[in-house]
Write a protein that binds this ligand. Sequence first.
Ligand code: ATR
Length: 321
Amino acid sequence: MKDVYTLDDLASRSLLDEGAELPARLAVLGSPVAHSLSPQLHQASLDEISSGARYIRLEVAPGEVAGALDRLQELEFIGANVTVPHKFEALSAADEIDGAATMLGAANTILFEEDRKLAFNTDGPGFVRAIHEEFLVDIKDLRIMVVGAGGGAGQAIATQCAREGCERLVLVNRSVSKAEELATRLSSCFESERLEGPGDRLKVFSLDSPELISESGHIDLIVNTTSVGLRQTDPSPLPSACLQPHHLVYDTIYNPAQTRLLGEASQVGARIANGYSLLLYQGVLSFELWFPGRNPLATMRVSLQSAVSSPQSRGQGIGGE
Ligand code: ATR
């Protein structure tokens, strides 16, 4: 058994399953993929329902995603997760794409059904579930600031917030042009129903804008989707003057468990949560697509706890997973 498999290992079933008790029937595709916690996240739940399936990591180079998925289907895999940088390529390899994946322009879950590949995205819906669990609020009722809205994770979360019809969406990014592009794509979500134009409910700021501090007074939920905070020595991505006691602050980073941002937010009396719940719920929702009617939440929570506390683990609940 290997920690990471490659396309060469897919040459035959016997090669792929050498030394393993169960046949590999689910995989996470990424590059690099060695850090992925998905096998630890899913395996206990697969065992619990006696699926008879093993979950593996598969290193796939850019440009080879469609071929890899074809081969997995030939080998009678149930499905797959797809992580960075393959979420866009996976979408184009699919025969059918669900609403969230279409809107996000990216897929993180594939289900093989007969000879078709169905693509889904559980990152956005997982975020909705995570925020509800952490703060007992609904995205649609919130004024939300997404910090890092130009990156892959930020785009997915901001898009989901727009889909949910959140009260207000403020996109913040170091390079403001990327956030502006996203705002253009999302503007149609804010045009209907209300009298104000999209300009009132959808705004873009550069991370170093002096207006960010006054703007944050009109925000309920701040979400960090930048990679700033992954290293213990990283600063906070947001000026501390932006943080106020009424804020809910969510950092998509789960290890370290408390980033500088969350520490500063907690000090001013804001409620905080980290990306652990996002990692958990995107996994739960993928599992439920592969095994409808099964609820792996309790088991996955326990699996994730031990995986996240392992010394090698470091990451973000979205994008990096
Ligand atoms: P991706 O998710 O697309 O692979 P990334 O390079 O990991 O991108 O960066 C994710 C996000 O973190 C981006 O919003 C990025 O800002 P830019 O679009 O301006 O590059 C943000 N980011 C990364 N390092 C940063 C830093 N030191 N300060 C502020 N934002 C940063």
